[in-house]
Ligand binder design. Structure first.
Ligand code: PQ2
Ligand code: NAD
Length: 208
């Protein structure tokens, strides 16, 4: 399995099935600010609530191909293996990302356990061996990478944007970016401001 970050902001995501597992998968997608389409005759009350708040669009019916033909990502989480298999087969043939929540090798993607601190995302996959272990490792990492990383990553992002703008020389750019990643800037917030102050004056200089 190849790890990759995918921007799903403007993509259609369809979850087929509206039970407990669908709810879990939907909540995970919502954590990343995504909108989700759900197709299922039975809908978990919590999914109904999310729909009433506009986070989820529900089609309360048995799934048909037209419900996911324009989707980018399809998750099959019904309690019918035959239905899950059929959707996975068709959606994969149509070149879509497919998570088969019951038999992962019939899809082409799986969801890792993840933690998010602003721009920092850490995800853990066990290749289907043990989602529970993935969750345990994620929980351990959650303690190491606490909420303070959110601001720290914003600082690093800002530094990177400024340096990319002001420094035309690749070697110098790399050197400056390496300095920015010194752990001292994680620990000492005042130094962040000082560093930004040092590099910012050149930010208005544009290269022709
Ligand atoms: C990581 C996480 C992400 C998320 O879903 O958000 C995730 N599953 C989570 C939890 C979890 N899932 C299950 C249990 C019960 C214990 C157990 O069965 O082990 C628990 C534990 C719990 O709930 O505490 C049952 C289960 N899961 C799968 C099957 C089918 C099979 O056997 O492969 C069955 C059996 C169904 C049955 O009983 O028939 C399949 C998949 N689950 C995956 C991801 C993908 C592989 C990721 C990897 O290996 O690293 C994969 C392959 C496909 C996919 O769904 O993407 C999330 C935890 C993180 C979090 O909470 O944040
Ligand atoms: N990947 C994971 O993390 C994970 C974890 C646990 C279980 N599972 C698997 O997920 C599946 C669902 O589990 P659950 O507990 O949510 O089941 P559930 O019984 O709570 O929900 C099943 C849902 O599928 C819907 N459904 C059935 N046929 C349908 C059809 N033709 N079209 C659209 N929707 C249809 C039902 O209306 C219902 O909402 C099971 O196969 C289970 O083995 C996966």
């Amino acid at each position: 399995m190849f790890p990759i970050m995918v921007d799903l902001t403007d993509e259609k995501i369809v979850v087929v099935g509206g039970g407990e597992v669908a709810l879990h998968k939907i909540n995970n997608l919502l954590r990343f600010g995504l909108h989700v389409h759900v197709v299922s005759p039975a809908i978990h009350p919590e999914i109904e609530r999310l729909a009433s708040e506009g986070f989820v669009t529900v089609l309360q019916k048995l799934v048909e191909e037209e419900d996911y033909h324009d989707a980018f990502l399809v998750m099959t989480v019904t309690d019918s293996k035959a239905v899950n298999d059929e959707i996975a087969r068709r959606a994969k043939a149509a070149g879509k990302l497919v998570v088969h929540a019951e038999q992962p090798d019939l899809g082409n993607s799986t969801i890792p356990a993840s933690l998010q601190r602003g721009r920092l995302v850490v995800s853990v996959s066990t290749g289907g061996a043990s989602p529970t272990l993935a969750k345990q490792i994620r929980n351990q990492l959650e303690e190491q990478y606490d909420e303070s990383y959110e601001d720290y990553l914003d600082f690093l992002y800002e530094v990177r944007q400024v340096i990319k703008k002001v420094e035309p020389d690749r070697a110098v750019r790399r050197h400056l970016l390496k300095i920015a990643a010194d752990p001292i800037f994680y620990k000492d917030i005042e130094r962040r401001e000082a560093f930004l102050h040092e590099i910012r004056p050149f930010a208005h200089v544009t290269t022709p």
